[in-house]
Ligand binder design. Structure first.
Ligand code: 13P
Ligand code: SF4
Length: 331
């Protein structure tokens, strides 16, 4: 199908949807006709999570991509997630509804600058968070997600010299719970670094029974007041299994959709950011994925994620290493 230059410039198919289209039914029809699997991260809009075949955290999405037999993977999330899928499944078509959906962490770690840093520490093992570009993964020894970072770091000897990139908050948290002193790259997530400790404590005073759920990309003082620190999937599991009926949630607010769905009788309060004039607890990259863009990307099978084969050849090693260690540890 012809992809207009205007769409290439925009990074997504900007085609009006014919009036009266049942978007959900059409998306599902195209997915089954084209043997496509729709995957979604917990941070995209609830209606997209509801229509997906699989919803998960970064680790589960990578694990799922590695074993899918669908011919097309539609990754409703950010670009690095599509890249990871493409690296794992080079023969499949990987679509992301909007190529502009990047990630502040991935952007904070420019590959050449990172490679120079790595070269200046030749005796260090390089551990990179999955929230990185394929080019950064290509100069990495092992990839981690927030769901397995602790266990993977601990799988190395205590005196192993380690570079951890790009999230300084996640790296600092892992240092604090493992007693390591990994060298940290100074990246941060524009959503997680903005949660206000003061406002969380005010909320806690107003809801003393509420438990505080915190993603480890948040700053140290916010992590310190948490009842549970974990990946999106770990926070969801805690909310389902814990006896508390109220939770203050310090991560991107999209996760509240699945929490509320799985626990309709419990109350979930999104933690407020410092700046109350913006919806800063929303990831503006994840929110670029809309039903209209999902419909159009399935219809036109574009935008496709491509990874330079030379980079992919190097980047697959640390991703596979992560998947192998996770499988061995039952994660
Ligand atoms: P999870 O690995 O917890 O899904 O987090 C991904 C992410 O982008 C957090 O900001
Ligand atoms: Fe990246 Fe932060 Fe968005 Fe997660 S929430 S995808 S870390 S910008």
């Amino acid at each position: 199908m012809l992809i207009k230059q205007e769409w290439k410039d925009k990074g997504y198919v900007d085609e009006p949807i014919p009036e009266g289209t049942d978007l959900k039914a059409e998306i599902r029809r195209m997915a089954s006709e084209k043997n496509a699997v729709i995957m979604a991260h917990y941070y995209v809009d609830g209606e997209i999570q509801d229509i997906a075949d699989f919803v998960g955290d970064s680790l589960a999405l990578a694990q799922q991509a590695a074993k899918t037999d669908a011919q097309i993977i539609v990754m409703c999330g950010v670009h690095f997630m599509g890249e990871t899928n493409k690296i794992l499944c080079p023969d499949k078509t990987v679509l992301v509804p909007d190529l502009n959906a990047t990630c502040s962490l991935a952007e904070s770690c420019e590959a050449q600058a990172f490679e120079d840093f790595v070269k200046s520490h030749p005796d260090h093992t390089v551990i990179s968070y999955v929230n990185t570009t394929a080019a950064t993964k290509a100069v990495t020894d092992v990839v981690v997600t927030s769901g397995n970072a602790r266990q993977i770091v601990e799988s190395f000897p205590k005196d192993e010299k380690i570079i951890f990139a790009p999230d300084q908050n996640l790296g600092g948290y892992i240092n604090s719970i493992t007693g390591r002193s990994m060298l940290l790259w100074n990246g941060a997530c524009h959503v997680h670094e903005k949660f206000s400790l003061e406002k969380i404590l005010n909320l806690k005073a107003a809801h003393p029974q509420a438990k505080i759920l915190v993603h480890p990309e948040c700053k140290g003082p916010v992590v310190k007041v948490a009842d549970k620190v974990g990946s999106t999937a770990a926070l969801l599991k805690f909310a389902i299994e814990d006896d508390a009926t109220e939770f203050i949630v310090a991560t991107e607010s999209g996760i509240l959709h699945e929490m509320q769905k799985r626990c309709p009788q419990k109350t979930f309060i999104p933690a407020p950011p410092n700046d109350s004039t913006c919806a800063c607890n929303e990831c503006n990259y994840m929110k670029l994925v809309t039903m209209q863009k999902l419909y159009n990307c399935l219809k036109y099978e574009w935008p496709q994620v491509e990874v330079d084969p030379q980079i992919a050849e190097k980047a697959i090693r640390p991703i596979n290493r992560m998947l192998e260690i996770s499988a061995r540890l039952g994660l």
